[in-house]
Write a protein that binds this ligand. Sequence first.
Ligand code: SF4
Ligand code: SF4
Length: 247
Amino acid sequence: MFTTLKNRFEQGCRTSAYPKVPVELASRYRGLPRIVPEASAELAARCAEICPQDAIDPVRRLIDLGRCVFCGTCERISKGAFVSFTRNFELSVAEKDHLLTAGTLPDLAKHSRQHFKRLFGRSLQLRQVSAGGCNGCEVDLNVLATPFFDLARFGINFVASPRHADGIVVTGPVSRNMKQALLDTYEAVPAPKVVIAVGSCAITGGPFRGSPEITEGLDTLLPVDLFIPGCPPHPMTNLHALLKFFK
Ligand code: SF4
Ligand code: SF4
């Protein structure tokens, strides 16, 4: 008992001071990509061809963050001369079209729904629905409950029942087997309700795109309010999105 108390005392408070104090992620982290406008058409076409997600539009010089799995192949192939990844983890948007980017995104706070801020700004209860994903997105959502992120200090919690929730957080490509369960969960949440798509699977089908077993885009089934891209999105990306959109 004494040893436990001593350890706790020595460890002190490990909770991040974010958003008051900025957080710097590791140098190998791939955040918001930036397209180099001067790159040759040939290089842009080569990157588009090699992209496993068909996420690069070489003519308009845009990357679709909803499809991108942040594998870094385009940066590696172009040696940073066409695409380079920044460490900016603020990737979330309120409109799916905004995910098409050359390196800038609109301010999420300006696109959030004001009635959501009024209703859920002080207390937001969310039900997570894992709709056929690989568990990567789910793990990085779970991490938000750990002492470093401590999501509950912002009044945001994950709850067990949709009847106790203000909205759903959906991960995975919504496999055929999960589709009805997802729709039932959505129906069980009392209105007004929020729908959040987390990860490229939920936004566009991710690595499962083209499979007849999935739904290519949660927004084809439900009205999505917030899109959080990544494969999986970093916990800081999730935290930033929730705070900007609801607080
Ligand atoms: S990082 Fe994204 S855009 Fe680049 S090759 Fe991988 S999936 Fe395609
Ligand atoms: S987006 Fe990536 S990490 Fe998330 S469920 Fe799909 S494959 Fe897994």
